[in-house]
Design a protein around this ligand. Structure first.
Ligand code: CP3
Length: 363
């Protein structure tokens, strides 16, 4: 018998997707095949997206519900994936909190006046989603009406958002972010608390608008060792998942380079932990234990390999995921712009076919 942990509240208020494979896998329920979606499944590898970007800036697309919806739906139709992710960016709520931020092509988010002191942190206004980002909530409502698969809402996690705010842009070493953390613990706590509260409000509003799941992207938290993660990050992430738990939608927690942080990330409270390719999936499942599902973890660069190599690697991920329910197939990070759209479609079909067969052949 299947048991749903979805809240009746959510079910009654928003249209439900007909393909619920992804939601069942997130809840570690049995599925007839492994669900697939790809981080950055909407983006520059698509001709249609490139054409749209010639006419509109990325933040303009994010702030125009019709355009954001169009881009959200595109990969679902093209690839046959089992979930959609809202087209937006992690800096959209940051901009709505009073920070001047732009996205430079090929580089990422840039903040001209970074937050470096306690008084700088005060520039970050509290986020009220209905007032500050109504266009995001409208894009969620519009997308959900068109989709037959679940829509994943998302937010950046406090550390990853803080890294852009403090560094002023992308970084390899996160020197200034770590310096603030160690030199001015009160300012760090203040920053992380403000971001945590905003992430919680933002994710909750997306669920109330109809998102069927939430992914929190802590893309750059792998820059920290376990001790600093436990002391400087975990206390600010846990309340986010606690605050969202009552909504009854699956919660996903993703980071890159987090092999040594997996148990701590699990303890933050999500239902699904996303892992990159630096750890074999069987090893990740061993570390995480039976209480959470996993999402991942094909190296996105392998999508550029000849088909026989790619096929072998996709099958390897499925074998390592094993027969235990609770695996969502994905990449270990986002789709690279060099990827051929046809390859993503072929991988989706392969995962569907091979995982269905694996179920039948399991002892
Ligand atoms: O399909 C999807 O995954 C949804 C769209 C999405 C975008 N950004 C659109 C986007 C999502 C989920 C994000 C999240 C995001 N943004 C993260 C976390 C996920 C991750 O990849 O680690 C981070 C760290 C950011 C910050 C950011 N925004 C970066 C690093 C970049 C890339 C810079 C570049 O040009 O390579 C962006 C820009 C951005 N956000 C693009 C897209 C499709 C690039 C294309 C463009 O400029 O139009």
């Amino acid at each position: 018998m299947s048991r749903s942990i979805r809240s009746p509240y959510h079910e009654a208020l928003v249209p439900q997707p007909s393909n619920d494979l992804f939601l069942r896998a997130c809840r570690r329920g049995p599925t007839e095949r492994t669900p697939v979606w790809f981080m950055r499944q909407a983006g520059r590898y698509q001709r249609e997206y490139q054409a749209l970007r010639k006419r509109f800036g990325i933040l303009e697309i994010c702030r125009t519900p019709e355009l954001a919806t169009q881009v959200t739906l595109l990969p679902v139709r093209q690839l046959g994936v089992d979930a959609a992710i809202l087209f937006s960016d992690i800096v959209v709520p940051i901009a709505a909190m009073g920070i001047d931020v732009r996205i430079e092509e090929g580089r990422g988010p840039l903040v001209d006046e970074p937050l470096r002191t306690s008084s700088d942190v005060g520039r970050l206004r509290p986020l009220e989603p209905e007032r500050d980002v109504p266009f995001v909530l409208e894009a969620v409502r519009m997308s959900v009406r068109e989709l037959n698969v679940p829509l994943i809402g998302f937010a950046g996690a406090p550390f990853t958002l803080a890294s852009y705010l403090v560094e002023g842009g992308p970084s390899r070493t996160f020197t200034r972010t770590k310096a603030l953390m160690f030199e001015d613990p009160a300012a760090w706590r203040n920053l992380m608390q403000r971001l945590g509260a905003a992430v919680l409000a933002y994710a909750r509003a997306q669920v109330e608008a109809g998102a069927s799941a939430v992914q929190v992207f802590d893309s750059w938290v792998g820059a920290l060792g376990p001790e600093d993660y436990r002391e400087q990050v975990l206390p600010f992430v846990r309340p986010i998942f606690e605050g969202l738990a009552g909504l009854g939608v699956p919660l996903i927690h993703f980071g890159v380079g987090t092999s040594e942080l997996l148990e701590l990330m699990r303890d933050a409270g999500a239902d699904v932990v996303g892992v990159d390719w630096r750890i074999p999936l069987d090893r990740a499942r061993e570390r995480l234990g039976p209480g959470v599902a996993v999402q991942g973890n094909l190296d996105p660069a392998v999508l550029l390999a000849p088909w026989d190599v790619l096929e072998r690697r996709v099958r390897d991920v499925l074998l390592r995921a094993g027969d235990r329910p609770g695996h969502v197939f994905n990449l270990g990070h986002g789709v690279l712009p060099e990827t051929a759209p046809g390859t993503l479609r072929r991988v989706t079909e392969l995962v569907h076919e091979a995982s269905a067969r694996q179920r039948v052949e399991a002892p």
